[in-house]
Write a protein that binds this ligand. Structure first.
Ligand code: AQP
Length: 333
């Protein structure tokens, strides 16, 4: 079987980057020939401080986002990481497989720890070992993610290969990253060299999945661009990061290739293109925001979906963890 696993942190403030780089792809893969497993990775979120009430709210809101975007909790397994303790258990084994040197090379740790590395949590440092566990606990073969997760997925492959080699088994699969489509790296509206991110201090730098139609339109209208008209071919976007970003977003939202979009809009000024993009973004995103807020009115239903998802996830995970323990030599496994 081809099995997909991916996760998103319930760390608050879901962005258009999370939608186009991740969840939209999750929905597409759910419709294809895959078994799909999607997770709210709350154990990852607490590698940086989280306010407990907000963490709980953000976890439910993330679940609502998945469902509002088109994840069907009957078709896909949709669950919260901490409700499946096997993640932590396999995560520990992988802490003992992964090497300090591998972790030291992770650019996300360097970015998130910042200058004061001594003060970062140990969990933030060993994050990629837990992420490897999330994926390999299900023997997932494909992992759809945004471009920023590439390095962590390489580490997941290294963990699988080292475990298999050290214990002389062919147990964990070597996972394929799925980084596809025109929006694998959605950039900030204020600075085309920076990833669109929830932690950017400027709210104008991003579209939040909870923004209303006016806010979406305003942010697109004010997005930074250059003064030139749009080119009619992709190579005309070289060196024009902000322009490329808006075209990529248009392509992703309209399910077209960048070439298709440019053949329509080439020659237009941004004054004409931005309102087109704003209309499209509102048309695609506003229904998701509406459905999210509707779902959030009944958190019991969300909690029931998560409980059921966790049960199904454990059904897959428990035998794989048990076999891992046996391979490692743990008595009573
Ligand atoms: N800008 C982006 N473009 C494309 N994909 C993106 N993803 C995130 N931002 C973009 C993808 O979303 C998935 C979930 O990511 P995460 O839960 O690890 O957290 P995050 O959303 O990546 O965190 P942010 O927004 O970047 O916040 P901070 O500022 O805390 O770092 C992943 O598949 C990711 O690739």
């Amino acid at each position: 079987t081809k099995r997909v696993f991916s996760g998103i942190q319930p760390s608050g403030g879901l962005t258009l980057g999370n939608y186009l780089g991740a969840v939209k792809r999750f929905v597409e893969m759910q419709a294809e020939d895959y078994e799909t497993i999607y997770c709210m990775v709350d154990l990852h979120a607490i590698t940086v401080p989280q306010e407990p009430k907000k963490l709980a709210h953000n976890t439910r809101e993330l679940c609502a986002f998945f469902i509002a975007s088109g994840i069907d909790p009957e078709k896909s397994i949709l669950f919260n990481q901490s409700q499946v303790p096997e993640h932590t258990q396999l995560g520990w084994i992988f802490n003992c497989v992964a090497r300090m040197g591998w972790m030291n090379r992770m650019t996300q740790f360097k970015d998130k720890a910042g200058k004061n590395r001594e003060n970062a949590s140990v969990g933030l440092f060993s994050y990629p070992a837990l992420m490897a566990a999330d994926i390999l606990l299900y023997h997932a073969t494909h992992v759809p993610v945004g471009d920023d997760q590439k390095q962590h997925l390489e580490l997941t492959r290294d963990v699988a290969a080292k475990f298999n080699h050290d214990f002389g088994v062919e147990f964990f699969p070597i996972t394929e990253p799925v980084i596809q489509g025109p929006a694998t790296r959605v950039m900030s509206f204020r600075d085309g060299s920076k990833k669109m991110s929830k932690s950017d201090p400027s709210d104008m730098s991003r579209i939040n999945m909870t923004d209303d139609a006016d806010m979406i339109a305003q942010k697109i209208r004010k997005a930074r661009t250059d003064p030139d008209a749009l080119p009619s071919e992709q190579k005309g976007l070289e060196g024009r990061a902000e322009a490329a970003n808006l075209v990529n977003i248009y392509a992703a939202l309209s399910d077209q290739s960048v070439d298709q979009v440019l053949s329509d809009v080439g020659g237009k000024q941004f004054s004409e293109f931005k309102p087109m993009l704003a209309d499209l973004a509102v048309e695609k995103l506003a229904p998701i925001a509406d459905e999210m807020s509707r779902l959030m009115q009944d958190t019991h239903e969300i909690d029931a979906i998560l409980a059921r998802g966790a049960e199904r996830a454990r059904g897959v995970a428990a035998p794989i963890l048990k076999r891992t323990y046996e391979i490692v030599g743990m008595v009573g496994a």
